[in-house]
Ligand binder design. Sequence first.
Ligand code: MCA
Ligand code: AMP
Length: 504
Amino acid sequence: MNSMIPLVNQAFKYLDKVAIVDEHKAYTYAELLEVSERIAQFLLQKNNGQDLKEARVAFKAIPNFYYAAIQWGIWRAGGIAVPLGISHPIPEIEYILSDTQSKIVLTTNDYQDFLEPLNKADLLVENIEQLPTVSESIDLPEVEANRRALIIYTSGTTSRPKGVVTTHEIIKAQITTLTEAWGWTPDDYILHTLPLHHVHGIINILYSALWSGAKCEMMPKFDAKKVWEKFAGGGLSLFMAVPTVYNRLIAYWDNLDSNEQQRLSEGVKKMRLMVSGSAALPVSVLLKWKEISGHTLLERYGMTEIGMAVSNPLLGERKPGFIGRPLPGVEIILVGENNELITGPDDMGEIRVKSPSVFLEYWGKPEITRDSFVDGWFCTGDIAVRDNDGYYRILGRNSVDIIKSGGYKISALEIEEVLRKHPNIKEAAVVGIPNEKWGEMVAAAIITKPHNHFISLESLRSWASEYLAKYKLPNEVMMLDDLPRNAMGKVTKPALVKLFEADE
Ligand code: MCA
Ligand code: AMP
């Protein structure tokens, strides 16, 4: 039986082909359809045989076959899939569950114990590796393409993350613009090493592969040695990652003897495309990677709310330091501080986007959704210039409260809110400080109570790890008598960044 869900429907074209390879085995598209149908049947049964009709179903799974099967199972039962980060502690998960009003969390053996404390009367934790056999089969509902499909949580200028909602149709637009621009075919074979609670890992890698009838090998966690061995082993055609990952791969390669370096470089040269995104790719990394691998990394630009919008070309000039030109179907304008349209080369403005790939809404936040659009254009908050050839270059962001570290978007406000709960912290201000390896690193300035109370970085990280994922923990802490402030008493974050830089 075919499906009206575009991505699921594609799979019927490739039934016997391998879809996913994980640490256990290789699974075909037919197996993905079969297991996801079983999960859908289970969800329908729990819902008295009824279509889930956009009920939110959260799930936590290691990046492997089950991750994909769960996500498709939720869709095929008519629900909205809410992926949870595997590194997120319980309070971050509880926030997402409550924000989405999820009544059920699907998981696997790996996280059953971890999630058990959440298993209560109003929230069921179900392990899909131990599903009961469904006695009677229920017809899968007809899920129209304009139904809500996915909620991805993104940090931003509000203290708590916002849920970005996309429909099946929007997801299809996000996928197809990429698969066409980057020439995906059923012969492609990609290695997946990124987290699966963000667009980069979900849309650009997993879904693009599944849409194309290609093969996606999922590695549960990035490991430079294992990735290099996969490159050297041959067969892979594609790789996509954040700049920090390329940095790590370079550092690993640099430490090898020349025979080993040559062996690994020979393998990687055979691939057809390597992509970088989610954060600015330093030109030094691009040049070094070219030297090692023969590949000029294709840098592209996107955002959770818009999918991918701008990309260097598959064929043609990839300009170092530039994110490229708008992808097909994507309209971009630059708007200056006084809301004027920027037309001249080298004048800077905020990137605003219109495209079928733009999200539907922030979950449960109609006002914030409305305020993030001006005349139908989504305002990204990223500041850029456009050169005479129409290539864009990112210069920065219009918010000091957004930090990009290791490709993750982190809200300074979210961390500050957590730090203020510490019994010995009176005030806290968090900034991102430039860092070669991570892009930016989280740094916290605190005023302690009682005055002169000492809090070490180690103890602060250990305390905060109960509330925040590892990648959000401060990497530097500075104790101050007062925070730098302007005449209005507001903390001046650029001055704080300078203080941290002077301290290094
Ligand atoms: C981890 N560590 C850090 C950070 N993260 N230190 C500083 N800053 C960080 N951000 C430290 C840990 O505390 C630990 O230290 C050590 O590094 C290893 O931690 P681990 O958790 O194992 O990290 P990792 O696995 O090595 O992570 C590095 C990584 C990861 C693979 C680059 O950050 C990653 O997967 N980033 C990708 C994020 C992503 O997909 N973003 C896309 C969103 P110790 O050993 O001392 O404890 S953006 C998006 O989707 C848009 C649409 C787009 O454009 O793509
Ligand atoms: P997120 O919302 O987590 O998906 O992160 C999106 C943000 O990542 C964008 O708004 C940009 O600030 C940043 N970003 C993505 N790709 C690039 C890139 N190639 N260069 C610079 N910044 C980027």
